[in-house]
Write a protein that binds this ligand. Structure first.
Ligand code: ADP
Length: 270
């Protein structure tokens, strides 16, 4: 197994996904990994959580196993199951089991979306045992030193049924992600798309305006991801009103009056 520092040295900057830190989250991630602690990332969609994990995995020179959780995802989908292959029944590891066997970072994106039985699998992995019992095969897999579990969830979508139980969340170190500060967000938009700084700053200003709108019925505000999409269209030569409609207004709402409200608010500052 490679030492994290050695591996990090081996990774060239070009291999590392671009990530603009908002604070000390990179150091905290390193410490969590060094001390074998699991990490919970909280924040709205499209604010950089997945990019952050990809960036840190590359910096640490570790494989990244990502699972996008959804409401049909069961513990068996993560651990594995017996399947019929060529007339024989064979055990096939799920993505979490593979990650525990192989080591590296396992990222469960939007973990609260998954079925409740998933927490049963996470508990023995997130205390100091760091094991994964596979009841179906009778195995008890010990996580290697370089294994790290990272989960994310979006508190904005939270409802009583879909939140992490205290007994689960208190097993993790947690980082609160928000949209990056304006100057950092502009840097992200410019670097990701190649638009000039003024265009990036204009889009970020527009996002701030939308994020600050009161009384507009939006489930979520405009994300950094949508700003990147909008800048991508602008960079491709599409006109501003078309880019804003396709990358910001339409993805945010289906309601005609909400879309009109957004268009008005945007027109007021453009
Ligand atoms: P999340 O996982 O929070 O839903 P992502 O990590 O997929 O969001 O981020 C969406 C996009 O926003 C990324 O693909 C990237 O282009 C951009 N992004 C957001 N924050 C950052 C950041 N801090 N540094 C670099 N890119 C970022």
């Amino acid at each position: 197994m490679r030492d994290a520092a050695q591996a990090a040295e081996a990774a060239t900057t070009a291999d590392i996904p671009f990530y603009v830190p908002a604070g000390s989250e990179c150091t905290l991630f390193m410490e969590a990994h060094r001390h074998r602690l699991p990490l919970l990332l909280k924040g709205p969609t499209g604010c950089g959580k997945t990019r952050f994990v990809a960036h840190m995995a590359a910096r640490l020179g570790l494989p990244l196993h990502t699972v996008s959780c959804h409401d049909d995802l069961t513990a068996a989908d993560l651990t594995g199951r017996y399947l019929l292959k060529g007339g024989e029944t064979v055990w096939v590891d799920g993505p979490l089991t593979r990650a525990v066997r192989d080591g590296g970072i396992c990222y469960l994106d939007e973990v609260v979306e998954a079925r409740k039985d998933v927490t049963v699998v996470l508990h023995p992995l997130t205390d100091d045992r760091r094991v994964m019992p596979l009841d179906r095969t009778g195995e008890l897999i010990e996580a290697p030193a370089n294994f790290m579990l990272v989960v994310s969830y979006n508190p904005g979508y939270q409802n009583v049924l879909k939140s992490l139980k205290p007994s689960t969340r208190q097993r993790f170190l947690a980082l609160d992600f928000g949209y990056p500060k304006p100057e950092l967000e502009a840097q992200v938009v410019a670097s990701e798309t190649g638009v000039d700084h003024d265009t990036a700053a204009m889009l970020v200003g527009l996002a701030h305006r939308i994020r600050g709108l009161k009384g507009v019925d939006l489930e979520e505000a405009v994300s950094t991801r949508l700003l990147v999409y909008c800048a991508t269209l602008l960079k491709a030569g599409r006109p501003l009103d078309e880019a804003v409609r396709a990358a910001i207004i339409e993805p945010l709402s289906d309601e005609a009056d909400v879309k009109d409200g957004l268009a008005e608010a945007i027109a007021a500052i453009l």
